[in-house]
Write a protein that binds this ligand. Structure first.
Ligand SMILES: [Zn+2]
Ligand SMILES: [Zn+2]
Length: 257
């Protein structure tokens, strides 16, 4: 499994893109910094997009990919919760701001095919075993465990706060991609809006190890560019305390599983 982090941030700035992860060139997790990271021919190879939730930093490039869809012959399947699809449909692909690419070029054969996926509904999608598990965000949000044919798997939490013990019980990934959305000083605020600080992540990883008996490789994304240095420092600190390696994700980062 070849993983490429396209966007590793919660906000956009020069060389910083919103969250998006590419798996083997064909499957995408969240569509924040998707089109700005890929050439047209790379975009053309994308077949599946799994959306964790509807927030703009995770969905915006459905529009820009849709606009390029005129060049592409094959449709893209988007999978998300019913609520995510309803909000994407009514707000982002509303047909007023721009074209509704879920009904374009025709209602019968649209470029973006929106599919509902239910929590815990394991599905084979494009040759991957996809297992959606709810996480703890301000709005309904799914983490996805994606397992390839050779048994290698990653779990991407999307946006989440504390309280992942039930989630950890469901999964056994080789790689965990998760979030830190602010500094330890803002821990209470982050907790209240369903996000993590490094300190909160440490508690969740400690629980993961207690429940599963191991810790996978961990990559942290969804970093606010304005707190890049502080988050890096605080994540480094918890990695030292836990005695594991935790990587800070970045645009263009490649991981082979
Ligand atoms: Zn969010
Ligand atoms: Zn987000």
């Amino acid at each position: 499994m070849k993983i490429r982090i396209l966007g590793a941030h919660s906000n956009e700035a020069e060389e910083k893109r919103m969250v998006s992860i590419l798996v083997d060139g064909t499957l995408v997790l969240d569509a924040g910094g998707l089109t700005s990271s890929l050439s047209l021919s790379e975009q053309q190879k994308v077949r599946v997009i799994l959306l964790t939730h509807h927030h703009f930093d995770h969905t915006r490039d459905l529009v820009t990919l849709g606009a390029n869809g005129a060049l592409f012959q094959t449709p893209v399947d988007v999978y998300a919760l019913r609520q995510t699809i309803d909000i994407v449909n009514s707000c982002l692909l509303d047909g007023k701001m721009y074209a509704d690419f879920s009904k374009w070029p025709s209602k019968e054969k649209p470029f973006l095919r929106l599919n509902v996926i239910e929590p815990f509904q394991r599905q084979n999608i494009q040759g991957y075993d996809v297992f959606p598990v709810p996480v703890q965000h301000a709005v309904p949000c799914l983490g996805f465990q994606v397992t390839s044919n050779d048994g290698k798997s990653l779990f991407y939490t999307g946006d989440t706060g504390s309280g992942l013990a039930d989630c950890w019980r469901q999964i056994s990934p080789h790689l965990l991609i998760t979030e830190v959305s602010g500094i330890n000083k803002s821990q209470d605020f982050l907790k209240s809006v369903g996000h993590m600080s490094a300190g909160l992540l440490k508690e969740e990883l400690t629980q993961f190890r207690q429940i599963k008996g191991y810790l996978p490789r961990v990559v942290v994304i969804h970093i606010p560019p304005q707190f890049q240095k502080e988050v890096e420092q605080e994540v480094k600190e918890i990695a030292r305390e836990l005695g594991v390696g935790i990587d800070i994700g970045y645009e263009g980062m490649k991981i082979n599983l």
